[in-house]
Design a protein around this ligand. Sequence first.
Ligand code: GLY
Length: 573
Amino acid sequence: MSNAKHPERNGLVCVFLLIRHLVYLLILFLFSGTSFAELAGYRNAIASAHASASEAGMQILRDGGNAFDAAVTVAAVLAVVEPYSSGIGGGGFWLLQRASDGSQVMIDGRERAPLAAHRDMYLDTKGRVIQGASINGALAAGIPGQIAALVHIQKKYGSLPLPRLLQPAILLARNGFVIDAIYQRLARFRQDAILQSTEARRIFLVDGHIPATGHLLKQPELANTLELVAEQGRDGFYAGELAKKLVASVRSAGGIWTDRDLREYQIVEREPVQWQWRGLHITSATLPSSGGIVLAQIMNILDEFEDVSLTDIQKIHVLIEAMRRAYRDRAIYMGDIDHVKVKVAKLMSQHYAGKKSMDIDMQKATPSTFFDEINRNVQESDNTTHYSILDRQGNRVSATLSINYPFGSGFVPEGTGVLLNDEMDDFSLRPGTPNAYGLIGGEANAIAPAKRMLSSMSPTFVEDSNKLLIIGTPGGSRIITMVFQGILAMYQGMDADEIVARRRIHHQYLPDVIQFEPDALTAQQQVQLKALGHQLQPLDRPFGNMQLILHDKVTGRTSAASDPRGIGLSIVD
Ligand code: GLY
């Protein structure tokens, strides 16, 4: 008999079916060891910039490790196979979310300035920036944070022993890996710096030349160093024989490290910044990364404009003006929060965005010179790396790591295999006047002993009731605008592959140009933007290497994607 005439019966049947379904799920949950995360359909997923790292991390998950264990393995492998991007001679930010209690934390493993560092250390007697001094060689290196961060993550959040987590990296360093075309391109770019260091030259070049395609790169000293860390934890790096070698070698090459620098290096657990945007809950990196704050500012400024009423070109115009204003604030106000006062809540408020957007003219671009000519930004290199991880329990990791320039400082202390960063260049070398790139640094980011240099690295989580996105990318000062465009693409309904492939545009206040990838703007859009007074700088090569995981809570589907611009690999298991 049909129930069409008896709506009350229909209702009762629905309630009955719903209760039966819930009871069924409860029984499944209680008696089959199924977790709520599994009911939500989370899968193990990793996206990283290198296949060896994604595969090694996934094996850790298959062996019963959690996302935090895998994060240690992926970082360690990347340190071996991507010496041009990150490494144990560098640092980074790890954004973690623990499924058991929903807690979120940012592990700040950013490099610190040596204790003997001082504000003018890269200036000559006439107060001019010494070209290359903050980029090449031992003096350019900050005190590395990566090993301290990895050991901390394993101890506090992981479940497998450190030697197991470091094993894949040790094997790859000892047995070698076949170099890729990116290695060749970036080694060529940094060949001069690498040639200055006897150890780096021996390890990364062949008789001073770029290794040929198919070359198997072995790093036995790095394997030994990783083994020391596996046995001794952080002391294997920051104390004892290895620390002595690092300090002695740095000092004999003109650097200023001391034993105390290494001994006293500490990671910091920081509360990430969080905000809402168009119904999305966003969690991102906090200072000393400017990433989250600048992202929030861009979004807040956009919300001052009624999106639906804007034409396509007006949307791009407003976006560029939002980027310009947010990056200007980055240059002026942001630095290491442990050393300078930064009004984070104010900078991230909608009220402040309202004020910032008042001088946006819909008819013409605001020249960056319209603002006070002070405190321009330090440019960052376009290297660095990112990976995203989700496990079946729902633990999440978004991590962006760096040694700054490709191959960092190009300097390897003797007998250590540790390629040192040149992250000191992320400081304002000389606040108020142009740096080596013609850009100007902010007072808040001036060099001081033990201070962390300002970063753009933006590991980020985005979530609403339908979706979860774990996202990040390398790309120096362009990182933040890339992550923004990734989030926007998700908001617009793109899938994981579409988000990473989407063409990108960028503006960072100074230089006052819109940089864009080939095909990111149509010929007509370029004409229209020029008519509004924008200066365009088409780039001849794409930028970024985004690695993301997208989980659809409605369908239960987990997908992952690696940027087609790179050679990364994403795996969902
Ligand atoms: N060195 C790149 C960054 O920290 O943003």
